[in-house]
Design a protein. Structure first.
Length: 100
């Protein structure tokens, strides 16, 4: 199993149309062949010093293996998302992990 977790810090000045385009872009990523499970979320209301809650959206995708993840990275839908939506965030953090 390969888990790809992406956290986006969104620009605060996004218009409703830009926000909708970003959300649609996230949804399109979950549908790419090879994605076994996909989750889109916002920060939970938990409140402890170790929890990062400054991001605007989380995208967590599960793949069978790194090969499936690597194919996803080169998929035209993924390329389109980066091209069309990268101006909507100020920062992105990615955490990839594999099962042990």
């Amino acid at each position: 199993m390969f888990v790809h977790a992406v956290y986006f810090w969104l620009r605060p000045d996004l218009t409703p149309e830009q926000r909708a385009q970003f959300e649609a872009g996230l949804e399109s990523l979950r549908k790419i062949e090879g994605v076994e499970a996909g989750y889109i979320g916002v920060p939970a209301p938990t409140d402890r010093p170790v929890i990062e809650r400054g991001y605007g959206r989380a995208l967590v995708l599960v793949f069978a293996d790194q090969g499936a993840h690597d194919a996803y990275q080169e998929h035209p839908v993924h390329d389109r998302f980066r091209k069309d939506c990268s101006s909507y965030w100020t920062a992105v953090r990615i955490f990839d992990s594999v099962g042990t």
